[in-house]
Design a protein around this ligand. Structure first.
Ligand SMILES: Nc1ncnc2c1ncn2[C@@H]1O[C@H](COP(=O)(O)OP(=O)(O)OP(=O)(O)O)[C@@H](O)[C@H]1O
Ligand SMILES: [Mg+2]
Length: 414
């Protein structure tokens, strides 16, 4: 235990320091209040023994200042005043100046020791309380975090349910509309052929001017030449639109089926390579691929889902690149986790979008191109694996790095 002994009489100080030293205390000496303040801050003592009457700055003032210093940090060091004049006024002033106890210099040493013991005990209790408080604060913060995550995953779960329902309902009509449109296209082509065949008979009809003028009027009012071309365009566009709806529905289905699949031990880097093949047509025109593989150990995961995450991240990376750029695939691991980073030299994510990119349906792609489900799907898959997906870096105009982190082993109960 370290004691700051503040005493202006050199003779008294030396004797007391020797005695305290012989009891096993470490003693720091100060010969007036001003010096005591410096030594207090320098040496952080466990207890201060403070003389009252001293030159430059007396003990009351020094105690007062020490309490001011401590106020900023909520620390507390016991201060015991030592004095020759054991008056009631001195006692009261000492306590009011921030002292904790008072001792006449002529009292036996054993009393000083007992009082020091009492002060130490209070200080220990105080520190224990402070530790408990720090722990509680930490626990509270963790709880708040956990609650946030829970809310987030509940939102994702209910979005998943909704998605499954919507996808299921829409799938059926999409199926028959698509097949009807297919038939319609064939039938319209047939009709147009019949009309063309009739048109071949036009010269013969010159003998029947009445009939010919009715046909001419009908052709004109229907705008037959325009109709011939437009009908084909309309049908083509409708089928294209329907294909887009079908893609959204299939994304929704992927999204809602994230929790049923097989867990197995896989080499993530091989998964990354094969996914790269699957999405090659979207990546190759946009980017050079660089690989910085660390040689990952096998990771226990639902490989089909994880490959989907890779696909979504790879396609996003390619879509972020205007013109040509590069995509770097980087892996790493420690004793608990493995991670895969996908870094692109694309246009980056503006800070105002950063909060929203994982939201379902958030997309900055041109209308009709993105469903905005890619990252929210990746997010739920990562959570389903007790892993996480995050943007480690994104600078507008320079590129972004996404990282998927997974535990090496499926956690118990997952
Ligand atoms: N690598 C990236 N660089 C820049 N922006 C990105 C990147 N990845 C995602 N984003 C942003 O996040 C948005 C959401 O991405 P997400 O994959 O969820 O949907 P999407 O790509 O727009 O559509 P979908 O994936 O359904 O076709 C994107 O529209 C884009 O603004
Ligand atoms: Mg996407």
């Amino acid at each position: 235990m370290k004691i700051l002994l503040v005493e202006d009489s050199r003779a008294v100080a030396v004797v007391m320091a020797a005695r305290l030293g012989s009891f096993g205390y470490e003693v720091v000496l100060a010969e007036n209040g001003q010096i005591a303040l410096d030594k207090f801050q320098e040496s952080a003592p466990d207890l201060v023994l403070m003389d009252i009457e001293m030159p430059v700055m007396d003990g009351f003032e020094a105690a007062n200042r020490i309490r001011q210093i401590e106020a900023a940090t909520s620390a507390w060091t016991p201060i015991i005043f030592l004095t020759a004049s054991n008056t009631h006024e001195n006692l009261i002033t000492a306590i009011e100046a921030g002292g904790d106890d008072f001792l006449a210099k002529n009292w036996p040493e054993s009393i000083l020791q007992a009082k020091m013991k009492a002060m130490t005990r209070i200080n220990t209790l105080r520190q224990r309380l402070a530790n408990n408080l720090a722990q509680l604060t930490e626990t509270n913060r963790n709880l708040a975090d956990a609650q946030n995550q829970l809310l987030q995953s509940q939102t994702m779960a209910s979005v998943g349910q909704l998605a499954a329902g919507v996808a299921h309902e829409i799938n059926n009509p999409i199926g028959f509309i698509n097949s009807n449109l297919g038939s319609l296209q064939g039938q319209v082509e047939g009709l147009l052929k019949v009309i063309s065949a009739y048109e071949a008979a036009d010269p013969v009809l010159t003998a029947h001017p009445a009939l010919l003028s009715v046909i001419a009027a009908a052709k004109k009012s229907a705008d037959l030449d325009f109709l011939r071309e437009d009908i084909v365009t309309l049908l083509g566009e409708s089928r294209g639109g329907l294909a887009r709806v079908a893609k959204i529905v299939s994304n929704l289905k992927d999204f809602s089926h994230v929790d049923n699949a097989d867990w197995q031990f896989v080499k993530l880097e091989a998964g990354l390579d094969s996914t790269l093949e699957v999405v090659a047509s979207e990546i190759k025109p946009k980017a050079e691929i660089r690989k910085e593989y660390a040689g990952l150990p096998e990771v226990e995961c639902m490989v089909a889902q994880i490959n989907q995450v890779f696909a979504k991240l790879l396609v996003n990376a390619a879509q972020a690149i205007e013109g040509r750029g590069s995509i770097t695939l980087r892996t790493g691991f420690d004793a608990r986790e493995a991670w895969v980073e996908i870094e692109d030299t694309g246009k980056g994510i503006p800070p105002e979008n950063m909060q929203r990119i994982f939201d379902p349906f958030f997309s900055t792609l041109p209308v009709g191109q993105g469903t905005g489900m890619g990252l929210s799907l990746a997010y739920s898959i990562a959570r389903g694996h007790h892993g996480r997906i995050e943007v480690v870096k994104s600078v507008v105009g320079q590129g972004s790095t996404f990282r998927l982190t997974l535990p090496l082993r499926r956690p118990a109960g997952a």
